[in-house]
Design a protein around this ligand. Structure first.
Ligand code: HEC
Ligand code: HEC
Length: 290
């Protein structure tokens, strides 16, 4: 036995300190706690040797493994790039129709096209490609310039009425009122004919008068009965889908008198051919693809 005093009630040694008759018991740390504590110290030394740990002026000790989180990121990014390159090379070598027919490539292209669309196209066409006044909806069946994969590709690659591209799609509707090609009465009559074939408001008498005027002045671009001509970019006028205005006689008269024309930028130079193909596959998949 040591010469230390033992507390009678608990049977534990005291430290020998005493304050106002109160003595402090000398209770040791629990074993499990101590071993965990020693374990942590050993682990910390090991960690400091293997991984970057001790701060220096501009960096830290590198550790024997040479690990950095930047290095880990770069390796993962390179891995993802290599995986993408495998698909992108195939996309570059195929035309858009072939890509849509290849399930695996088409899936890759749709995902890629969707993310590019969000960045470059949604400000005009809307984040869901639903369009807005003057900007066509790309989800529906109406295509001004055609809805086949190849037609969509050409539109995206070269744009519409985009002066900087020599192969841009181009067609302009004559200014029937502003250039006095038709009289005001004739314009009202032909507007009523368009109102009738589109299922909108129309005066039956005026519409009949407008029919012949339409055949003579409009069907070259909008086709007979106004079903549209995608080769010329003359939109269909018989389906109640309007790029400009709401299809009312006033709106039709305004468009026929002094037409509005949309401009769509060309994207092949800016985004590259592979991205444009992916966009075409994505747009074609939105529902209205032909
Ligand atoms: C600055 C606005 C603007 C941006 C940005 C834009 N577009 Fe367009 N887009 C238009 C306009 C305007 C038209 C209609 C052209 C016309 O009147 O013939 C159009 C037409 C189209 C058409 C043809 C629709 C049809 O019915 O034939 C497609 C396809 C299209 N855009 C896809 C895209 C894609 C994909 C992007 C992104 C890479 C994009 N657009 C970016 C304005 C834009
Ligand atoms: C030389 C070709 C051409 C002729 C002729 C022509 N158009 Fe057009 N028209 C167009 C084009 C191209 C557009 C689409 C403009 C755009 O996409 O921005 C258009 C657009 C329209 C629109 C707007 C469609 C919408 O969705 O808002 C109406 C309405 C229209 N034309 C009616 C007529 C009528 C009526 C005539 C005859 C009096 C006529 N057009 C003659 C080429 C023509």
């Amino acid at each position: 036995m040591s010469d230390k005093e033992v507390d009678e009630i608990s049977g534990t040694e005291t430290t020998g300190h005493e304050w106002d008759g109160i003595k402090e018991l000398n209770t040791p740390m629990p074993r499990w706690w101590l071993w965990t504590f020693y374990g942590c110290i050993v682990w910390a030394f090991g960690y400091a040797i293997v991984y970057p740990a001790v701060p220096l002026l501009n960096s830290a000790t590198p550790g024997v493994l040479g690990y950095t989180s930047r290095g880990e990121y770069a390796a993962k990014a390179a891995e993802a790039k290599a995986e993408q390159a495998f698909y992108v090379e195939q996309i570059e070598a195929m035309d858009v129709t072939e890509i849509t027919a290849n399930e695996e490539l088409a899936r890759f292209a749709r995902a890629g096209g969707k993310s590019v669309f969000k960045v470059y196209c949604s400000q005009c066409h809307g984040s869901g490609a639903q369009g807005a006044s003057g900007y066509p909806n790309l989800n529906d069946d109406e295509w001004i310039w055609g809805g086949t994969p190849d037609a969509i590709y050409t539109t995206i690659a070269h744009g519409v009425r985009y002066e900087d591209d020599d192969e841009t799609r181009f067609n302009e509707m004559p200014r029937f009122g502003a250039d006095e090609i038709l009289s005001t009465e004739e314009i009202v009559a032909v507007a009523n004919y368009v109102g009738r074939i589109s299922g909108g408001e129309a005066d039956a008498g005026l519409a009949s008068e407008g029919q012949a005027l339409f055949a003579e002045n409009c069907s070259a671009c909008h086709a007979e009965l106004g079903v549209g001509d995608a080769d010329l970019g003359g939109p269909a006028l018989n389906n109640g889908i309007w790029l400009y205005g709401d299809g009312s006689i006033d709106a039709l008269v305004a468009q026929i008198s002094d037409p509005a024309h949309g401009v769509m930028p060309a994207w092949n130079k800016k985004l590259g051919d592979a991205a444009v193909k992916q966009l075409a596959v994505y747009v074609h998949s939105l529902g209205g693809g032909q």
